[in-house]
Ligand binder design. Structure first.
Ligand code: PLP
Ligand code: COI
Length: 360
């Protein structure tokens, strides 16, 4: 594929960029460029281009605005201490977008083209990848957001005949304010995010729209994220609004929920392998909310953590629900070891024995 490039004539100046990178927050600042790639039945994927970052002009009848035919990905570019820039398992994000696209009735964007598009944007905006070599708060990266949407102007309900794939990028620090400390979770007994045969396993905007009323409840209850249960029995844990969960047991074994309707995280898959290397077996199975409550109370569950690209690995504190509060588990020791192993590899401080890192 060919990717054309038009440089931004007015990029953010160095002083402002340094200010942004010193304290990027999450999802607030965007780089100087964006990538666009379009699809029609006649021409297939065509006209890949990097252009100055800026607003889109959309017809009010653009299908995505009405029927939410959309998929997206979340990944990061990391700057190593030698200045080189790397992404983490980008072909896994590409493969997940293929699966999400199939569920959303989109055309397939080939894995190698997805990776080439992401690389092209990172390369052009490489000065936006934060440098952590001076220490400090650390672990800053460039968050990458590839997404695909129904760009056809048409109000009939059918798969769009004009599809647009884009990549934008945003420097990122910690997802949760206040750095790495246990996050309290709200158990939604009213809302589910996914059902059998639905879109739970796809990374599509609709799932996040479905999570927002519960997220609002969570915030009102002083919690950072929502725990969603299965839609059939309101009993089995699925995941958080934007992260997967792991439960560490006193005998060292770990359980991560699997119901068939969760978004299978790339961080989750990587931690399953990493934990194995650290000598901990990981079971993927249905895990009930009673097992959580009873396990923490009895001491059988010693740690709980959540993981995802944006949030990395975060210890879980209290579980709150209309029925009361389950205390935070006793420890965060293994959680932090797993976090360090993952982050160390992503930032090139420890050896990548899995071959997961991709040099841009
Ligand atoms: N579950 C949901 C609902 C998410 O939005 C995310 C974030 O991308 C994850 C899980 C974790 O996925 P990953 O580790 O691929 O970022
Ligand atoms: C990610 O971790 O990449 C996500 O998409 C989750 C979202 C809550 C930012």
């Amino acid at each position: 594929m060919q990717i054309s490039a038009t440089a931004n004539p007015a990029p953010v100046d160095d002083a402002r960029l340094a200010e942004i990178l010193a304290n990027p927050g999450f999802g607030q600042h965007f780089t100087d460029h964006m990538l666009t790639y379009e699809w029609t039945p006649q021409d297939g994927w065509h006209d890949a281009r990097v252009t100055p970052y800026g607003p889109l002009t959309l017809d009010p009848a653009t299908a995505v605005l009405h029927y939410a035919q959309e998929t997206f990905e979340g990944m990061k570019a990391y700057r190593h201490d030698d200045g080189s820039i790397w992404t983490f398992r980008p072909e896994q994000n590409a493969a997940r977008m293929v699966r999400s696209s199939a569920r959303l009735a989109f055309p397939e964007l080939p894995v190698d083209e997805f990776v080439a598009c992401v690389d092209a944007l990172v390369e052009v905006d490489q000065r936006w990848v934060p440098d952590n070599s001076a220490g400090g708060e650390g672990e800053k990266s460039l968050y990458l957001r590839p997404f695909m949407f129904a760009s056809e102007k048409f109000l009939g309900v059918r798969p769009a005949q004009h599809v647009t794939f884009m990549v934008i990028a945003s420097p990122a620090g910690a997802y949760f304010k206040g750095g790495i400390k246990p996050v309290n979770l709200w158990l939604s007994e009213t809302f589910t995010r996914a059902g059998r045969g639905g879109m739970g396993a796809a990374k599509t905007g609709g799932n996040y729209a479905a999570s927002l009323a519960a997220q609002r409840e969570a915030i009102e209850e002083g919690c950072d994220q929502v725990v969603f249960l299965d839609d059939q029995e309101f009993r089995y844990i699925e995941e958080l609004g934007g992260m997967n969960l792991f439960f560490v047991h006193a005998d060292g074994h770990i359980v991560t929920p699997e119901t068939g309707t969760i978004l299978e995280g790339i961080t989750r898959a990587s931690i399953i392998e990493l934990a194995g290397k650290l000598g901990h077996s990981v079971e993927e199975r249905k895990f009930s909310i009673d097992e959580w409550r009873d396990g923490v109370v009895s001491g059988e569950i010693t740690e709980i953590f959540a993981c995802g690209t944006a949030a990395v690995v975060t210890p879980v504190g209290e579980l709150r629900s209309p029925r009361g509060v389950t205390a935070a588990p006793a420890s965060t020791e293994l959680t932090m070891r797993i976090r360090d192993a993952l982050v160390g590899m992503q930032f090139g401080r420890t050896e990548d024995t899995f071959g997961w890192m991709h040099r841009v």
